[in-house]
Design a protein around this ligand. Sequence first.
Ligand code: GAP
Length: 493
Amino acid sequence: MENKKQDTASALKDIISHAKEYGFVFPSSEIYDGLQAVYDYGQNGVELKNNLKMVWWKAMTMLHDNVVGIDASIFMHPLTWKASGHVDSFNDPMIDNKDSKKRYRADTLLEERAAQYEAEGKADVGKSLLQKMAKALDAGDLEAVRQIIIDENITCPVSNTANWTEVRQFNLMFSTQVGAVSEDASLIYLRPETAQGIFVNFLNVQKTGRMKVPFGIAQIGKAFRNEIVARNFIFRMREFEQMEMQFFVRPGTEMDWYATWKEVRMKFHQAIGLPASKLKFHDHEKLAHYANAAVDIEYEFPFGFKEMEGIHSRTDFDLKAHQDLSRKKQQYFDPEINENYIPYVVETSVGADRLFLAILCNAYSEEIVGEGDQQKQRIYLNLHPAIAPIKVAVLPLVKKDGLAEKAQEINRSLKFAFNTTYDEGGAIGKRYTRQDLIGTPYCVVIDYQTMEDNTVTVRDRNTMSQERISIADLKEKLGYAVSMERIFEKLLV
Ligand code: GAP
């Protein structure tokens, strides 16, 4: 059996069409030709995404006694975003081409040019270009950024001209109005990260939960960013979901916790099925003003290694900024050292959609099966059973002679424990294929022998091998095989 996993850009196209065809991801409001960088999850996608969120949630809050969860609102007091720095500096430098009217991120244009130099074997030229850009951006010298674009003779891929506007900073936050009467209405933002909902609830949780530092608060929720350049399917969207955890620690201990969480999070990605060879750490060379260490966990998507999760040591920047602006103390009294302090924070932040995309890219498998002129291509999703949308398909070999009734009875007995589906339509091979395409790990087949000895065959999605087992053992055997416990066991070793 030849496994033909693709890793090229065309692989992304295959994955996008597979995701659409089999009910994982649809373009938003497609009947109106869609909305750029916004997507909807279909009947299988929502199950997969919910499973990913659940496994993250439990890995955080159930496996760590000192991590609890919250669910804060998307809307927050506008001063939240002043304190966090998002009002003043959550910007991307953008430039427009006057001929095509297309808008680009100025830094992306230069990064692409640097990558081009590297591909041509002129890595040094590329590196010095990036340094020049970083210097200009750090100094806030947008005219200098524009000049580099002109000097590099970068043209718009649509108009092929270098007729550029000036470079402008573009704030990525979406805003809207609250209040019915326009004079009284005030401007508020759709949160660009979930983290601030955690920071402003730090003392609420610490006090009501009698939490002792070190402890963490986890949250899953929507975030919104008016990304200038949104591309690569669900990798960069304008509405997306984050799974974030702020871990509050005693100042001075943050580097140890940073190292610990790096390891914990890397293990998580491997435990849910991403291979170690496709994951790597990427240290940030240039740190944000609030961070004293930052690293990304990158996954090798079909378009290259890209950030999937960020782990940041954020010092006391956020709590201190909220304390200053709200004039409410954000301190913790540490009984072990008899001291009050503002805790330092180590943050782990992973996009649910990026994790979904990584999992889908990794799971998408094409292989040639059969011999000679019987050879054919098989496509299946190699998803960890615990995150697969449907765990077990129950299939009567034929509808007649009581087999369908028996299969329905078995399906009823399993469906309280995990997601199952019942399918009696068409040849058995076609029914297997339907399940392979959505990643169902097990197919239970009810045949004539079942009627005699109460056994069924269980077909494994990956190996296509079949095992005969007793109906009485089904629930327990399959229950364990598809349980999240199997993932958690790997996290504890
Ligand atoms: N609170 C820290 C924070 O928001 P970030 O690096 O800007 O940090 C964290 O975002 C994660 O959120 C990223 O690693 C990515 O997985 C996800 N993310 C960010 N922007 C996204 C977008 N436009 N579309 C999809 N996911 C995004």
